[in-house]
Design a protein around this ligand. Sequence first.
Ligand code: PXP
Length: 247
Amino acid sequence: MAEHLRLGVNIDHVATVRNARGGDYPDPLRAARVAEEAGADGITAHLREDRRHISDRDIEGLMELLSVPLNFEMAATEEMQAIALRHRPHAVCIVPEKREERTTEGGLEVAQDENRLAHFIAPLRDAGCRVSIFIAADRRQIEAANRIGAQVIELHTGAYCDAHAEGRFAERDAELERLREMSAFAHSLGLEVHAGHGLTYDTVAPVAAFPEVRELNIGHFLIGEAIFRGLKPAIAEMRRIMNEARA
Ligand code: PXP
């Protein structure tokens, strides 16, 4: 039987709703607590350079409050590195970031930036953080992530999920096949494999079934679904589908 598949719940968009009005409500920390109660194995939060959702105070609060690990998503900048080194979260996930994008649109270009990234992640590893690199399901990027010393890769499932949502089923199946092959390839190199971006109840099962995948990070859909069924039931249903796919 495959090992336990962890669910990391991304709470960024609780902060998006809060920031729409500028006050303290709804509180992402409260959402994190509910997510833990619902069976989340970790909490993911992305401190963007423009602070459009999660704030520095949220990260401080999460570090104090959580009893499950925090996966701190950040761009590879000096400012973010200093913040990560101050807090020493369980995991740091390096993501590409563009100011004009609505969400993290693609994976990190590791292969063309190997030297800089190797130097960038070394102190994070030395501080005890598990370093994860968010990349496309691409052999070149996986090999580069391995060479720079990352312990974990997170495969970008956005192209798979978009193809499903837009009814491009042949492309969806090809993306899924690519994710399957690259999960196995990364695992064979000794990397821990995570996946995420855009996953929903409709798309999660085939990815959850890959035995090499150890963690899924899911946010936007769960926060959206919480409007209709409440956060705890929304997460519990995702957990149920993941467990079923894994069994
Ligand atoms: N994993 C990473 C690295 C991400 O950047 C994001 C989005 O912030 C997610 C997972 C979660 O994606 P979604 O919110 O679409 O579920």
